[in-house]
Every structure is written in structure tokens, then in C-alpha cells.
Ligand binder design. Sequence first.
Ligand code: BGC
Ligand code: ZN
Length: 356
Amino acid sequence: MQALTVERGSGRPTLRELPRPEPGPGEALVRTLRVGVDATDADVLAGAHGRFPEDEEYMILGHEAVGVVESAPADSELAAGQPVVPTVRRRAGAGEDGALDMAAPEDCLERGIAGAHGFMAEYFTSPVETLVPVPRAVAPAAFLVEPVSVVEKALSVATASRSAVDWSLDSAFVLGAGSLGLVGLAALADRGVDPLYCLDRRERPDPAVDIVERLGATYVDGRETPVTAFAERHDPVDLLVEATGHAPHAVEAVSALAPGGVAALLGLPDSDRQEVDLGRLHRDLVMYNRALVGSVNAGVRHYRRAVETLVAFPAWLRDRLAADVFAVTDYEAAFDARADGGQGRPLKTAVEFDTL
Ligand code: BGC
Ligand code: ZN
């Protein structure tokens, strides 16, 4: 079968021929349909994030997959032909019990990212309990379930952090109109959150800004209105979602929150040293009862909710985010064209291995 891999030290994706994997006990064999590409893949290729599977010279790329069950153990609820999305994290070694999405990164594997092969191959195997069914009608866009699951987990963690007090999610501000920011914004719009704001640094006309506005949100140009100026020009919000990985946002976010508000950090920053008034940050958190939460990855329940959210998205949004899908032979374009930030460039790309 054909697989897209990265070799140690190469920095580029490579197409290779590999044997089709054999499912082990409790595993299903899945025929891959599409696999999305995101900023984490770029970091994995650059060697800036994740790690290779032990004793392997290469790793199969990709963690945002949708496929179709080819075969499953007789006692499983999955039938052949069922479209499914696999979760990303797996136990490292014997591992501990408990929620894998809450494990420390050094204590787990992430398929296509950290120590385990990913899904960018014509077939992959996965334990049946890691495969979440998706309706056929949304299967072509279901490589978006993984990023939506990351948003679902963040929303549940942020909401839970406010459960002890009188708080409701009426307004929200998303930092970043990349693919993660946009699915986050759409998930909030679907929950009826209004007003909604989304910050980026894009010149109109821009397809991401169009989506922000079509979702009924207000586009905030960060070059004119930095996060620290947000609360002077708009009402401070109940929830802020950081989806850029720009390190100063972790501190700046607090200033955009209403009293009792919560900021959820999802982006992964590089090292960034700056002078910060820590006293002010600390005081603002305490005196206004604000919270900052970090959130990574997602568990099966978040994937199930993400499937519902994807189904609830307006069809035009699913179509738009699944518009730039490349054939396996065109894989370089899928990685090169991906630029959650580039003017006039695709919003989201994916590689197609097969069709339903
Ligand atoms: C993936 C998550 C993963 C995280 C850290 C994200 O791009 O979507 O599943 O946990 O990167 O590696
Ligand atoms: Zn990702």
C-alpha cells in the first residue's frame, strides 16, 4: 500500500510502498478515505514536535483521519463499510488507567505525531474502542472531526472550570482564523453564543474572514485592535479560545475577559521570552475571578460530540473546509499549500487515499 512518511532528518514527506497492516486482537482494519494536514504536521516534519516510533527510521504521517471499516472482530459493534474516525492517543507500554487525553505527553503515544505511526496510508489498524462512527453523509469532511474534538474538549474543560459559580457562556472571542479557530468559532455559533469575535491579521478580501462573517461573528483585525485593546472597543467576553500558539496571547487573553471569564489555550507556542507585568496578570486573575485553562487532545466522548457538531455545521462550511483535497500523488501540494494564515491560500488541506 502507499503511505506518506517522514524519515529521520529529512524534513519532507515521502511516498513509500509498505505492506498492508494486519489487525491484531481487538483491532479493526480501516481503509483510509482522507487525512487532514495541520500546523502540528509541519512541526513534526520540521522535527520541532513529537518523536519517531522507537527503532524506526520513518514514521507514517497524519493524525486527522476518516476511513471505512474493512474488517472488525466479530464481537465488535463496527460493521464493514462503516465510516469511522480514529482517536490520536494510545497508551505507551503497559500504561496507567485513566483518561489518555489527560496523560502527560511523555506518558502516551500520538499516532502520526509522537512515537506511533499515523494514518496517511491506504490502510491502518486501530483498536475498535478508538474508532468513532460517523454518518456517511459527512464522511468526506470527517477528517475535521479530530480538530473539532480538540475544541469540544476545550469547551468542556473551560465550562467545567466555571461550574462552581454563576456563569453562562453568552459571548466568546476566538484568537486565530486558521482551521482550528474557524471550527472553534463554528462550534460556538452552533451553541448560540452571541456576540462572537474572531481575531486574525488578514487583509480583506480573505476566505477566512468571509467565513468568520458568514458565521455571524465580528472580525477583529489584530493589527488595528490587539488583544490588549479588545475590551476598550468591545464588551469583554465570557470565554476566550486561543488557537494561534502566539505565546503573548496567554497573558493578553486575560484582559479580554469579563469578570469570572475563562480563557482556554489550545495553540502550541515556541519558546518566547518577553518582559511581562506578572503582578498585573496575577492581580487581574484574582480580583476578577478569571481562569486560564490549557487543553490538548481529546477523548472518545469529545469525538462523539464532535461528530454531532460537524453534522450541525452549515453544509457550506463543511464544503468550504473540505474543498482543498489532494490526490496521494499530489501530496507535496497538500503540505505546501497548507498555510493557516497565508493570504488567498487554502484554509485547510487533506490528502485523499480513497473514496466511499
Ligand atoms: C493534535 C492533538 C495532539 C496535539 C499535540 C494536535 O495537533 O490535534 O491530537 O494531542 O497536536 O501533539
Ligand atoms: Zn492536530
